[in-house]
Write a protein that binds this ligand. Structure first.
Ligand code: LLP
Length: 430
């Protein structure tokens, strides 16, 4: 699953004890394992190799420039949803020619920036955006390539907040309308300014079964055939991201299982294949380490009060997501064998793990069995590599945590801890 492992009752990230890193850099902090990021990327690349896909890592998932740089070295392209993400990719030495840009409300400034940098493809989400892209491209004397984001109306069987492929969401254009958009666009003067030659889908996130992909891809292939039969040129399909991470051991499917279902469907279609995984690569590659400040008994509950919370990892508050939590140095007696909520040792206590924010949604876990912990102990919140730091805020004026990248025995600070001065700098710089 990943390179975070307990040895003799101590948590290691690759070859380094997590407690040593926390001692050196303080808490709270995010720690990423470079080896895990690489392994996960390579597993996908190998499984889908028969399609020779362009793998566009989804920047929103974990966007530190050093992590983007690492994935660029692995051969990754990038899935973007903002001008800021394109800026990050360029800062990381990434090639805009490997970037696909989705997003339902791109501004003119963002579109111009992406045109100027020469990105690989715009993933357009509406007819109005397509017209606007054509207008701006004509203005700048460019002819970008575009995919139309199609909404295949499948149920990805995931949390409703992260399901995007149902008909009623704001994403993409539904299948029947898509066909019309392609035909009408091809016949319009705007076609001189945009090469609309690809189809994009992204049906949701944390998807743990292959069926929704098979259903969606089959629908898209039907559209490809019918557009080609009408004489339109369709050269690429981008089937988005969504492969699950292992929040609990055994949840995520291996890349090979997805590939086994999708490669035969796509391999003989004479299509360039693009995919946009995020969580599958980064989810299990990071942990959030927090220090227990106090223990408090309130009513019938015991609260473990930590120096991190929803401002650094909002997923439990926003989606009710499960993140495994365990002491960093539990000792041999409580050394876990697996990461599931079912692993209960004698002597464990039922607690709520909560943060310092003034909101009752500020929790990492409720009614969770944990080995006994006390003030000063470190807790690891696992699978925090995806949608952790990128969704973090400075709410309640807590500076953002630092980020550390571990590779083997090497420990690198890849983002310094925020300071009080950072909190007010943009307000003073006016
Ligand atoms: N492509 C597009 C167009 C997307 O919108 C997304 C994610 C991805 C790719 C990557 O999906 P992944 O492979 O990571 O599942 N904050 C939520 C997840 C939001 C997903 C947004 N879109 C969470 O923490 O669960």
């Amino acid at each position: 699953m990943d390179l975070f492992e307990y040895r003799q009752g101590r948590l290691y990230c690759e070859q380094v004890p997590v407690a040593d890193i926390a001692r050196r850099y303080g808490t709270p902090l995010f720690i990423y394992s470079a080896g895990t990021l690489r392994n996960h990327f390579r597993r996908l690349a190998e499984a889908f190799a028969p399609l020779k896909p362009l793998i566009c890592y989804s920047v929103k998932v974990c966007s530190n420039v050093h992590i983007l740089e690492l994935l660029r070295e692995e051969g990754s392209g990038f899935d973007l949803v903002s001008g800021g993400e394109l800026y990050r990719v360029i800062e990381a030495g990434g090639d805009p020619g490997t970037c696909c840009y989705a997003g339902v409300a791109k501004t003119d400034a963002e579109i111009r920036f992406a045109l100027e940098k020469g990105i690989r493809m715009f993933n357009v989400e509406s007819e109005a955006e397509l017209q606007n892209l054509a207008r701006l491209a004509a203005d700048m004397g460019r002819r970008p390539r575009a995919a139309l984001r199609v909404n295949p109306d499948v149920d990805p069987k995931t949390h409703r907040y992260i399901a995007t492929g149902r008909k009623e969401t704001k994403f993409g254009v539904d299948l029947a309308r898509a066909e019309r958009v392609f035909r009408e666009f091809a016949a319009s003067p705007a076609a001189a300014h945009v090469a609309l030659t690809a189809i994009h889908i992204h049906i949701g996130s944390q998807i743990t079964t292959v069926e929704p992909y098979v259903e969606a891809v089959n629908k898209v292939l039907g559209l490809v055939r019918s557009l080609r039969a009408a004489g339109l040129e369709i050269t690429a399909v981008d089937f988005g991201g969504g492969f699950a991470a292992d929040y609990e051991a055994g949840q995520a499917l291996d890349a090979g299982v997805f590939a086994e279902a999708l490669v035969p469907l796509l391999r003989n279609e004479n299509l360039e294949i693009i995919m946009e995984p995020g969580r599958f690569i980064a989810g299990n590659s990071g942990i959030l380490v927090t220090e227990v400040q106090y223990i408090k008994a309130g009513g019938d509950r015991t609260f473990v009060l930590c120096d991190s919370g929803m401002h650094h990892l909002i997923r439990p508050a926003l989606y009710g997501s499960y993140h495994h939590i365990w002491p960093v140095d539990p000792g041999a007696k409580f050394s876990p064998r697996q990461r599931t909520r079912d692993e209960v040792f004698k002597g464990m206590e039922l607690v709520d793990v909560v943060g310092p924010i003034c909101e009752s949604t500020d929790f990492f876990a409720k009614d969770r069995h944990l080995p006994p912990v006390k003030r000063g102990d470190l807790l690891a919140v696992f699978s925090a590599g995806a949608y952790g730091m990128t969704m973090a805020s400075e709410y309640n004026s807590f500076p953002r945590p630092p980020e550390i990248l571990v590779e083997g025995a090497e420990v690198r600070l890849i983002r310094r801890r925020g300071t009080y001065a950072d909190l007010v700098a943009p307000e003073k710089d006016v």
